[in-house]
Design a protein. Structure first.
Length: 181
């Protein structure tokens, strides 16, 4: 294998890992539990910033009900992705800005939470998956109660189209594949 071939192979691995990390966050936001579970290798571990430490599948079990609740709202934005690939092993660090909406004592509030995730990954059966995940919280900011109207009072949220949970969100509509067949 030439140096260029190795470089291209590493770039393809980094792309596959970035797709894994992005797909994981979409699975969290859309409540797509099957995709979330498939992101981990068998026997993988999750250290979730002091909130959970143990088997990754146990972590998924602990958040499944909250993620699939039809009114659960969250958006996770991925940034600052750094990946080191060494054969069939890799280490990735990425930042996540989570925008979440929760109801406490009958009041719906929004929060921003910034964290970093360090993943140890392995290629298994031709695909990359998470072997060990370590999340560390960096900061949080509570934005306060949800406003009745959005964008400085210009829009009634009831008039807007909203995302949905798996399988009802438009991202799971595969009619576009039929159109290109």
């Amino acid at each position: 294998m030439t140096g260029l071939d190795r470089d291209v192979a590493v770039l393809l691995d980094k792309l596959a890992i970035t797709e894994l990390l992005t797909g994981y966050l979409r699975a969290i936001d859309r409540g797509d539990i099957a995709t979330l579970r498939a992101s981990y290798l068998p026997g993988a571990t999750e250290e979730h910033g002091g909130l959970y430490a143990g088997p990754a599948q146990g972590y998924v079990d602990s958040i499944e009900k909250a993620l699939t609740h039809p009114r659960a709202v969250g958006t996770h934005a991925l940034s600052n992705v750094l990946i080191e690939v060494h054969g069939d092993r890799a280490r990735a660090e990425h930042y996540v800005l989570a925008m979440t909406r929760i109801k406490v004592d009958g009041v719906i509030t929004d929060s921003l939470v910034a964290s970093r995730i360090i993943d140890d990954l392995r290629r298994h059966d031709g695909r990359w998956a998470i072997a060990r995940r370590r999340l560390r919280f960096d900061w949080s900011h509570d934005l306060g109660p949800q406003p009745a109207r959005w964008v400085s009072g210009l829009h009634d949220p009831a008039d807007l189209l909203h995302g949905a949970k798996f399988p009802h969100d438009p991202v799971y509509d595969d009619s576009w594949r039929k159109a290109i067949s």
